[in-house]
Ligand binder design. Structure first.
Ligand SMILES: Nc1ncnc2c1ncn2[C@@H]1O[C@H](COP(=O)(O)OP(=O)(O)O)[C@@H](O)[C@H]1O
Ligand SMILES: [Mg+2]
Length: 253
């Protein structure tokens, strides 16, 4: 290819921000020549590549913005390790109808059984489907709401949270929650009630939430709004984190 033309093409692709085309137009031109593709076929392949790259970058940006603690998919979940989990139902939920229907998912169970992994898996799916998604640990969420109370921006912040299509509230019960904090969570959950999906994870079963929130009434009100339109998964299996450790121990006798 003529050096001058190459320079000219690349400058224009850069100006138009056509990153996908820029990275592949030369290789593709060579392949097009070998395979005797028409100009139209070559252009069509270039455009396809550009669109594919844009979609990938936009999903990546959404996942970054969703603030997931790690990137793991539903497919990476080893259901043979948690046979009671209901693989079929979870995969069906992967169609994300529950987000369209503004329903909630709740994962309850001891540490290490994959609650956060599943929540993240649904976040990734939702990002791919272009939903507005945010993953928050309960602690971070409470810290954020408390800060907004202090600087007078709570209403604005609650509105922001209520506009998300999917909000994950991870690890309810890991840290003690004061009455004031429980009330803030209640406000947030009420605002999203029947307006947007929540995925919630906790080490505690609902009966113990009164203790977690140090207030039976607020706990009951939160549970009521969450479970009204929710699918609840009780995961009672062993910790995946300890899987290999336990195996090694058994092998050693
Ligand atoms: N069934 C599973 N298949 C594959 N990886 C799993 C499974 N369950 C848990 N893990 C992995 O084990 C680690 C702990 O899981 P996590 O979801 O954080 O547990 P939890 O939130 O229940 O404490 C993560 O790295 C997660 O990806
Ligand atoms: Mg977790």
């Amino acid at each position: 290819m003529n050096k001058e033309i190459t320079k000219h093409i690349e400058a224009q692709l850069k100006e138009l921000n056509l990153k996908g085309m820029l990275s592949c137009y030369r290789d593709m031109a060579e392949k097009a020549a070998v395979n005797k593709l028409s100009y139209e076929e070559y252009l069509s392949l270039l455009l396809e590549e550009e669109i594919k790259g844009r979609k990938e970058r936009s999903v990546k940006a959404k996942i970054y913005k969703a603030r997931v603690p790690f990137v793991k998919t539903l497919k990476e979940c080893d259901f043979s390790f948690q046979p009671d989990l209901g693989e079929k139902e979870l995969m069906r939920l992967g169609s994300l109808d529950f987000i369209e229907n503004k329903e909630n998912l709740v994962f309850l169970g001891p540490p290490g059984v994959g609650k956060t992994h599943l929540a993240v898996g649904f976040c990734i799916k939702a990002c791919q489907a272009k939903y507005r998604v945010l993953f928050m640990s309960t602690q971070k969420l409470i810290e954020d709401l408390m800060m907004c109370v202090r600087d007078g921006s709570l209403t604005k912040r609650l509105l922001y949270y209520s506009r998300l299509h999917l909000l994950v509230i991870d690890e309810i019960g890991y840290m003690p929650i004061t009455k004031e904090q429980a009330n803030l969570l209640y406000q947030l959950i009420s605002m999203r009630y029947e307006k947007g999906s929540i995925i919630l994870t906790s080490n505690y079963s609902f009966e113990d939430w009164g203790k977690v929130f140090q207030d039976d009434v607020v706990a009951a009100a939160i549970i009521d709004r969450i479970v009204h339109h929710a699918r609840i998964f009780y995961i009672n299996g062993a910790s995946y984190r300890l899987k290999n450790k336990l195996k090694n121990k058994t092998l050693r006798g």
